[in-house]
Design a binder for this molecule. Structure first.
Ligand SMILES: NC(=O)c1ccc[n+]([C@@H]2O[C@H](COP(=O)([O-])OP(=O)(O)OC[C@H]3O[C@@H](n4cnc5c(N)ncnc54)[C@H](OP(=O)(O)O)[C@@H]3O)[C@@H](O)[C@H]2O)c1
Length: 327
């Protein structure tokens, strides 16, 4: 093969070369994939970075049930990185209908989206709203569908007073906005630097840390009827158990065995947790149709070759908003 041909048939992907820190991430050269009959190939324009990405190759990720290994990106020995993206369709399998080469799409769920090209089942494609930017389109769905799942699990609606732990995070900021839009009064925890943001998103801000319970009681106009934990830790769980009388109206997306034992709604891929696969897939169309009404916070956009720097920023804790990779 000539070098000119190689240039057109080779693509890049970011892969962990071992379990460990972001130092193990490397750019590898791969062939441009071919779609199977029910698949499409998408040229990636933006891939969302999520905390699960560095947890997957850290070696410290919690146990994942066998049945969820594919959707958690753990089907192979070393994980494929990138569970969501947006891009342009470049090839279509023989059995795929209703999708054209050149379509601009959001792709979720998917694995291996830290790449120039990704292969996905046709069922993972949602048309990208024309007025939604690439970084926002590539990073809305994992956090957005998780937020929708948590709100459904906790049964949040008009008249509720909802406590959101970690309201300035990627998932938390969408929980806050969707709950406020549904008519709930929202109290959300964040560090002080993010309180103005929480007010803008429609929540009453409260600082987390010692004394949390008293601060929430002081801020709430009445009983707290539901809680969603997007932060994790004993403090958030203890406060939720103390404030919300019905444990079925407490949901956590960062659940441990203790959350499961407490009888709350533990959402995710671990033992005893609800992955909500169908509910999350069904939430994608609604999120896409409301995407331009929502504030999808973007913190920083990195070139694909700087995936390790993006992960270091994520691990260090950062200002609100998604980290995004652009090939
Ligand atoms: N189960 C699932 O399906 C699922 C899906 C998506 C994400 N997750 C998990 O959910 C977590 C959040 O994800 P994300 O993408 O939203 O992360 P993120 O954007 O990094 O946000 C994390 C937020 O947590 C806040 N925070 C840190 N310590 C806190 C504490 N003690 N109390 C309250 N808030 C605290 C930070 O706010 P400040 O800056 O104000 O401190 C930050 O905004 C991650 O652990 C992720 O792996 C689970």
């Amino acid at each position: 093969m000539s070098s000119a041909q190689e240039l057109t048939t080779k693509a890049r992907a970011v892969r962990p070369t071992a379990y460990g820190t972001p130092d193990v991430l490397a750019i590898v050269s791969t062939p441009i994939p071919e779609p199977a009959a029910d698949e499409v190939v998408v040229q990636v324009r933006a891939a969302g970075v999520n905390p699960i990405d560095w947890k997957l190759y850290s070696g410290a990720f919690h146990k994942v049930d066998d049945e969820h290994k594919d959707s958690a990106g753990l089907a192979d020995d070393l994980p494929q990185l990138g569970l969501e993206c947006a891009g342009v369709v470049t090839a279509i399998g023989d059995e795929v209908r209703g999708i054209e080469v050149g379509d601009e799409v959001i792709v979720y769920p998917v694995t291996g989206a830290y790449a120039d090209y990704v292969t996905a089942p046709a069922t993972s494609l949602i048309p990208k709203p024309a007025d939604l930017g690439w970084p926002e389109a590539g990073s809305l769905m994992l956090a957005g569908t998780t937020a929708a799942h948590a709100l459904h699990a906790a049964g949040v609606g008009e008249g509720d007073t909802l406590l959101v732990h970690g309201g300035a995070g990627s998932v938390g900021s969408l929980v806050v906005q969707l709950a406020a839009a549904a008519g709930a009064t929202v109290i959300a925890t964040a560090s002080a630097r993010n309180h103005e943001l929480l007010r803008d998103l429609g929540a009453i801000p409260v600082t987390y840390g010692p004394g949390l319970l008293d601060r929430v009681r002081g801020a709430a106009p009445g009983p707290v009827t539901a809680a969603i934990d997007c932060a994790g830790g004993d403090e958030a769980l203890d406060a939720s158990l103390e404030l919300v009388s019905d444990r079925q109206r407490i949901a956590s997306i960062v659940a441990t065995d203790r959350h499961v034992a407490a009888g709350i709604k533990a959402l995710g891929y671990g033992p005893g947790q609800d992955a909500g696969t169908e509910l999350r897939e069904a939430a994608r169309a609604d999120l896409a149709s409301r995407a331009t009404e929502l504030r999808i916070l973007i913190n920083a956009v990195y070139p694909l070759s700087e995936a390790a720097q993006a992960h270091r920023a994520g691990l260090a804790g950062h200002a609100p908003g998604k980290l995004v990779l652009v090939p």
